[in-house]
Design a protein around this ligand. Structure first.
Ligand code: FMN
Length: 217
């Protein structure tokens, strides 16, 4: 039997009972039901510092000397994952500082000055990536910058950005009253996460004329 796919859900809100947490948990339940091995982490349990100047704080052994738990999150949960979902509130039309700090801090280990950087680069690459967004405002443009960032992150790491869920609310857990049912949608996203079709063609990409098999014939 093949190993279950490993999914890491990174919550970028400080609110443990907030909207991005609620959607993250719904997604995790769906993915677990589908047979994935799922881990949910709140980024601020692990990161208490921004990226610093690596020349100033990299130890003689090449390790980052910032004394928080980023290394544990990165090596124990992120690198082994086949897929990662970033679940973040929209803050100032961007991801939360927690989420951004996660991206920035990866630099400590993929930079050439880290002795094992080649292995880190390989293990950061080729994951499935998903996005869950909680915001007060509903207009599409409020999340465009974030979608673009995750798209570029995925392109840069040769990963596949397979989809996103947006949920609207402001007070803790208010997404449960969103008539678009983002909690149910998160559950569906989690269930199908590792099976979703992903395509991103180039002009010369060989492909069939249809996207889906014609089951009627
Ligand atoms: C610092 C801050 C900035 C915010 N900026 C935006 C924003 O630009 N657009 C928006 O729609 N909501 C914004 N919000 C509202 C949050 O996105 C919203 O309350 C969300 O549901 C919070 O998610 P959480 O419960 O997971 O923390 C902001 C909230 C805070 C605290």
């Amino acid at each position: 039997m093949s190993e279950p796919s490993r999914l890491l859900v990174l919550v970028g809100s400080p609110r443990r009972t907030g909207n991005s947490a609620a959607m993250a948990h719904a997604l995790a339940t769906g993915a677990t039901d589908a047979g994935a091995e799922v881990t949910v982490r709140f980024i601020d349990d692990y990161i208490t510092s921004f990226l610093r100047d690596c020349r100033a704080c990299r130890g003689l052994d090449g390790e980052c000397s910032i004394t928080d738990r980023f290394r544990e999150l990165f090596f124990d949960d992120f690198l082994p994952a086949d897929g990662v979902v970033f679940s973040t509130p929209v803050y100032w039309y961007g991801v939360s500082a927690q989420t951004k700090a996660f991206f920035d801090r990866t630099f400590c280990y993929y930079a050439g000055s880290y002795p094992e950087s080649a292995e880190v680069v390989a293990r950061m690459s080729r994951k499935r990536v998903g996005l869950v967004l909680a915001s007060e405002e509903t207009y599409p443009g409020a999340s465009l910058g974030i979608i673009h960032q995750i798209q570029e992150y995925s392109r840069y790491t040769r990963s596949e950005f397979v989809g996103l869920v947006r949920g609207f609310g402001n007070s803790r857990g208010e997404v449960s009253r969103d008539p678009g049912h983002p909690l149910a949608e998160s559950g569906r996203f989690g269930r199908s996460f590792f099976d979703l079709k992903y395509s991103d063609y180039h002009l010369d990409t060989g492909r069939a004329a249809n996207v889906w098999p014609d089951t009627a014939s």
